[in-house]
Design a protein around this ligand. Structure first.
Ligand SMILES: *Cc1c(COP(=O)(O)O)cnc(C)c1O
Length: 455
């Protein structure tokens, strides 16, 4: 499989190079040259299914045997034998629980595997990379857990001081690996992201340290997430609808790819909180930037959804320069619209959308607890609220449960009066010693720190 950039001006690469590269040289995102078709005979067990779904994307860099053993290793870290169990919460409405990984958010599904891909590729090439990433909480903890065992990786994660939850911070700062550094920045998440972008844009710095990315622009993350859409659909004999609590559009894009590969998915329902740029786009075909308001579902508090670029490239019939021009206009004016024929061909048959504010989020957590006895986290609640607006008789609805309720205990307690407890492997999280430093919001200081820890 070869990969092309969505902006059409970067070298065509194979899978292993795409994993290390992250962002393409022209600023675009890598996508496979074509979408493979799913095997008709699919294994049920999750690791086996994962290897079968992903094999065409990783050839020839990973053999079937190697891929299967990496998948078995990655998913053995999950607390449930089914890895992503499906649970009915009301008639014909199911949760796909994606939060049984080590850090309790769906990002573990991809990042446990990405760490193994890095290690495997880098040790066979005798190379080393440095990961720098910004996090609003979930990406950092999942990346640290997934990558901390890698021998060939140094990692610096920047988080906004005082703006991640206690559970999220401790998941990052209590990891003992000497190659992992969680750094508090005196600023917001956007400030942290700007520092990371500036380090990537400093070509000399980027090349010296071989900077690599673990955010959802990394193709392997999108790829690993395709599997659970196939797994969910394989529980049913008829097509299903899936609702996805959405931020950067990475997760729901994986669902769209699963559909391209032949998974019987009818609609993908994009669920936003009050930061609803995507829902507004699906309603009026125009993408317009506005400010970000903090919500009870912080991992979905986004201004622009970076992975939308991969869908836009398809909507432009895979014309990279048209895509690059459209994005350029978007950056300059803060807005762009798609043509009616693009909407009719790509959006209308595949996507629906809806929004859920904080009051509705709390109501939904309370209601689901009252009617089913299940505690759900605020991100999942956004999904459940929007899913209920889109349910059709005879079409099973699957809502993706993206975080464990114990990861966001304050909102759950506010809604239900019950404070959800951490699972066994994290019960002593609040007794573990923390290792972190506070750095000022200053590029030179942060680069000096990266210099001092990168090998
Ligand atoms: C990251 C995250 C999301 C958003 O996922 P995207 O792939 O960015 O759309 C939703 N819920 C939780 C709990 C997350 O951690």
């Amino acid at each position: 499989m070869q990969y092309v950039s969505t902006r059409g001006a970067a070298p065509v690469l194979g899978f292993a190079d795409v994993v290390l590269e992250g962002l393409a040289e022209d600023g675009g995102l890598y996508v496979p040259q074509s979408w493979p078709t799913l095997n008709k005979d699919r294994p049920r067990a999750y690791a086996e299914l994962a290897a079968s779904v992903m094999q065409p994307f990783v050839e020839p860099d990973f053999s079937a045997d190697t891929l299967l053993s990496l998948c078995q290793q990655a998913y053995s870290t999950f607390g449930q034998p089914q890895v992503v169990p499906l649970v009915e919460i009301e008639p014909n409405h199911y949760l796909l629980e994606l939060f049984h990984g080590p850090t309790l958010a769906f990002k573990d599904v991809a990042l446990q595997l990405l760490g193994l891909f890095f290690d495997n590729i880098l040790s066979s090439r005798s190379e080393r990379i440095t990961i720098v990433a910004a996090t609003s909480g979930d990406t950092g903890s999942a990346a640290i857990d997934g990558v901390s065992k890698c021998k060939n990786v140094d990692m610096v994660i920047l988080y906004p001081n005082g703006r991640v939850s206690d559970v999220q911070r401790r998941q990052m700062t209590t990891v003992q690996s000497p190659n992992v550094h969680a750094i508090a920045i005196d600023g917001t998440f956007d400030d942290c992201q700007d520092l990371v972008k500036a380090m990537f844009n400093d070509t000399a710095f980027r090349n010296t340290h071989r900077l690599a990315a673990v955010n959802s622009i990394n193709w392997s993350r999108v790829m690993a997430q395709i599997v659970y859409y196939v797994s969910a659909s394989d529980h049913f004999t008829t097509p299903i609808d899936v609702t996805v609590p959405t931020g950067n559009f990475g997760n729901v894009l994986s669902g769209w790819i699963a559909k391209q590969m032949g998974t019987p998915l009818r609609h993908l329902v994009v669920a936003s909180n009050s930061n609803d740029i995507l829902t507004r786009f699906f309603e009026n075909q125009t993408m317009t930037v506005s400010g970000v308001t903090p919500s009870l579902s912080p991992s979905m508090d986004i201004q622009v959804s970076s992975n939308f670029e991969r869908l836009l490239f398809e909507m432009n019939d895979r014309d990279g320069s048209a895509t690059a021009q459209q994005l350029q206009r978007f950056r300059e004016s803060g807005t762009f619209a798609v043509e009616p024929n693009q909407y009719a061909q790509w959006i209308a048959p595949n996507f629906r959308a809806g929004r859920c504010d904080d009051a509705q989020t709390l109501d939904t957590i309370r209601d689901i607890y009252a009617t089913s006895g299940t505690l759900i986290d605020p991100h999942t609640a956004v999904g459940v609220h929007v899913a209920r607006q889109h349910m059709k008789p005879d079409i099973p609805m699957v809502t993706l449960a993206t975080a464990h309720p114990a990861k966001f205990p304050d909102a759950v307690e506010q809604a239900t009066g019950i404070r959800p407890g951490l699972p066994e492997h994290l019960v002593d999280l609040f007794e573990r010693p923390e290792h972190t430093q506070l750095l000022p919001l200053d590029l030179g200081t942060v680069q000096k720190f990266v210099n001092s820890v990168a090998h």
